[in-house]
Ligand binder design. Sequence first.
Ligand SMILES: [Zn+2]
Length: 243
Amino acid sequence: MDCIKTADAKLLLEIQKTDFQRSLYEKELSSVPEKIKTEENAFEKEKAAWQVFADKVKSLQLKQRQAELKAAETEQTIEKYQFQLHSLKDNAAYQTMLMQIENAKKTKDEAETAALMLLDDIESAQAEEKEAKRNLCACEQKMKDALLKLAERKKQLEAFIAIEQQKKNSLAAKITDKKIFEQYETVSRKRGRIIFAVKDDGSKPFCPNCNMSLTANTAGLMRKADTFAVCPECFAWLCREIV
Ligand SMILES: [Zn+2]
C-alpha cells in the first residue's frame, strides 16, 4: 500500500490536531493525583519533624513534674522524721534518725536542682518546637494553596478535554469516508500521531516521522489533495504541508 485515497484528508488532519491536543490535556490530568500526593507527603514530613519536638517537650515536662514530686515527697518524709526525732529516747536511734534526715535533705536538694535544670531544657525544647510549628503552618498553607490550584486546573483540564472531544465529534460528523476514519482511529490509538505534513519547499522532501527521503512517486502521491502517501519505511500517512 503506497497511498490512501480519501476525500477526507484535510478533515483527518484536523481530527488528529484535536486528538493531539486532547492527549496533552489527558496526560496533564493523569499527573494530578501524583502532584496531590507530593504536596501531602511534604506536609506529612514536616508534621513528623514537628512531632519529634512536641514529644521531646512532653517528655521533659513529665520528667520535670516527677522531679518536683520527688522533692515534695522527700520534704514530707523529712517532716515525718523530724517529728519522730523528738520521741526518740535512745541515743543511737537518735543519731541514725539524724543521718536519715541528712540523706533525705540531700535527696530533696538533688531533686530540686534537677527540676530547675529541666525547666531550662524545657524552655529550649519549646523554642525548637515553636520554630517547627511555624514551618509546619507555612507548609500547610503552601499545601492548601497548591491543592486548590490543582483542583482548579483539574476542572479546567476536564473542560478542555470535553471541548476537544466536541471539536472532534463535529469534525467526524463531516467525514464521508467512514472506513478510513475507523482505520485512522485504530492506528492512532496504537501509535499516536500517524498523519504527518511534509514540507514541500522545492528541496528534496523527506518523511518527518522517520527522516527517510521520499521517492518521486511517494512525493507525487503526497502532493495530491485527496491522497495520503504512505511512507514505505514507517507507514506514516503523509500529506503536503499547507503553508
Ligand atoms: Zn517515514
